[in-house]
Design a protein around this ligand. Sequence first.
Ligand code: F55
Length: 840
Amino acid sequence: NEPFDLRLPTPGCYLDPEKAGMDSDAVFQGMTAHLFYTLGKLATSASPHDLYMALSYAVKDRLMTRYLASQEVIRKKPQKTVAYLSAEFLIGPQLSNNLLNLGITQEAEDALKRFGIESLSTILEVEEEPGLGNGGLGRLAACYMESLASLQVPAVGYGIRYEFGIFNQLIRDGWQVEVTDKWLKGGWPWELPQPDESCFVGFGGRTESYRDDKGNYRSRWIPSEHAIGVPHDVPVLGYRVNTCDRLRLWRADATESFDFYAFNIGDYYGAVEEKVASETLSKVLYPNDGTDEGRRLRLKQQHFFVSCSLQDMLRSLEKRSIPITEFPKHWTVQLNDTHPAIAVAELMRLLIDQYQIGWEKAWNITTSSVAYTNHTLLPEALEKWDLGLFNDLLPRHLEIIYEINWRFLQQLRLRYPGDDKILQKLSIIDEEGFKSVRMAHLATIGAHHINGVAALHSDLIKRQLMPEFAALWPEKFTNVTNGVTPRRWVALSNPSLSNLLEEEVGPNWITNMELLKKLEEKKDDNNFLEKFEETKLNGKRKLSSFVHSKTGILVDPSSLFDVQVKRIHQYKRQHLNALQIIAQYLRIKNGTNKFEVPRTIIFGGKAAPGYFMAKLMIRFINGIADVVNSDPDMDGLLRVVFLPDYNVKLGEIVYPATDLSEQISTAGKEASGTGNMKFAMNGALTIGTLDGANVELRDLVKKENFFLFGKTESEIMDLKNNNYSPKTFINQCPELKEVLRLIEIGHFSNGDKELFKPLLNSLTGHDPFFVMADFEDYLNKQDVVSECWNNKKAWNKMALLNTARSGYFSSDRSIREYCESIWKVSPMPVEITCDVEELT
Ligand code: F55
């Protein structure tokens, strides 16, 4: 590898990360310059936000050498680059992460002191996080970008720069209220707009056939509308390496030509409307994390960012005079769920219509570069687009999809002669009811690999979701269990634990989490266990003061912190947890409370704005919290908190402060879960079902260090197939009956018997997520938890073993698996040289 010569862009030698510019003096100088020149402020009148901006700009300057060097290496070397296509990247706060990965946290802290700021945290608190994702899927994309860079793998994340991310959540009278997320309002210092690399995208219109020079019939698309995608690039620096990958987020702009025409004919307002319409394309993130709403604007967003991204990749080959047919050697395209699945048709269209490549060759290129990750089995979450809508918006793509489908069905006819059922089942076009395009089928047919996100989930994809596809192409189906980055989720968020880990196993655990296994040696060392417990207590103190400042509720840091943070969903069963709280409340009231264990039960999470039941679950939790927290009998025993506006930043406070992690979804419903991993790394014990990655977590930490309860996936299936009746379970459990009765009489709704009726009716009627079936087992397991808590030494030992054995869940491991088995890419270190002597 030829080292990247820093003198090429001549930004000034002080930017060289290896040699200079990284001491507190240089950071201070950088801040001073940015305050003055970039922000137009004097140091004497700078607000914390000004200082945040100045420090961020100074830190971004220090990313640039590595960023440019990395982009140069990608541009020059014939190495395959990963293109991670995702409609969501939930990247979280940037400043702290970049300081950590650069290794200049202390230097920044020292520089801030010279501005009279005593602690870095006061400046970090000012940062607005870009909420460009709903939950697990978007956060996974962010962890994967960080691991790709840390593993020195050339990669680009492609997505959308939503002007409004996931809404901010307020709680008013116990209800969720949504407020628009104006994350850009104070300016966001981390992006680099690149208008000269903009792309043009078409929508609507019609296709027409014509004969080319060789006399062949071809189709061409005449769109009726256009938008321009303007790249906004965010540097993603790896941990203590030079590799700085790129997150390229597209913002939609109006096109000149259309405005121009309208202006000329005097239609000023028409022109402005057109402009407004194209700019709404990247206006807002759809706040839905489970149900597919089939909205026209959402399909437009998907095509918009996918088309820009593919054009960008193809252009990169053209710029280097690489034949387009070599696309798969240079790019491997990962689809994060079906949201970018239109890529299969769009790549075909670009290859065939734009580059005049024949069908077979184009199909070969497409299927050797695209792979697809599935994140859900829930039928309501599988994307389907109404055929009429699809044809309206993307007529040429529909033609191509028909052709893909026709060829695929021909193949099936040969294999299953006369079996029309299987053809109907596997067809990309769903012919039942309203005809629609099934995006998971398009992705599966167009991809060389399809993977689930945890062992159980990948298995269920093969057995339940797509058995026919799996029989047809067994080698395509694989598993890559999710992971989370230990940089953000341990090193950054839990400094107290990190220091202890470093003392014990050295600093390398941050990039090699398997080193934490060494902690097992300490499992009976009282002295060490106490230190470990102390790190947890530090986290709990911090969360307690946060809880108090946001909700006014006083919680005791020495109580058992029992936490469920995730999107609010029936399948995630926050209501199961809530019912259990009522049972504990009743026991305390009746004096039948067996274990005097003070518990603080904390919830956090957003509900999709149109998901009535989820919003009612939030109201329900808050109803219970009101009753419990105002009853003196509960003092010192039970507290219930609903933390508003759960996001990445809040997650960083919550994970280190948790004793008990609630992972209680109905078995077979949670694809993986990633919160479960963050909790375990930070030394929480899990109470959970055999669902998603819980299965692997329990295997790793060993069953004696995991509180298992609930029906298995196959038991749930049996119940379902045998006319499951929640009443049977209710009648067998007097405590559950009493809990339901208390809700019914309005005990948690100020006497209002109507408020929670829909919830009660669902639970006692169909109970689609088997809450009643798992209740008793859950309640019993919570007793085991309490009993364990009373033996603090045993608890600490179990908690330590969770941390020690959770290394498998580092996203570094996941990314290595993707690299080896799906992408076939290898690391490419970036070297930087700068001869300081020569320059000065
Ligand atoms: C977002 C938009 C739509 Cl239209 C559908 C789903 C989503 C979404 O946010 N899904 C999501 O977060 N899925 C989760 O992905 C995680 C990462 O793989 C899994 O751990 C989790 O089990 C799954 O629910």
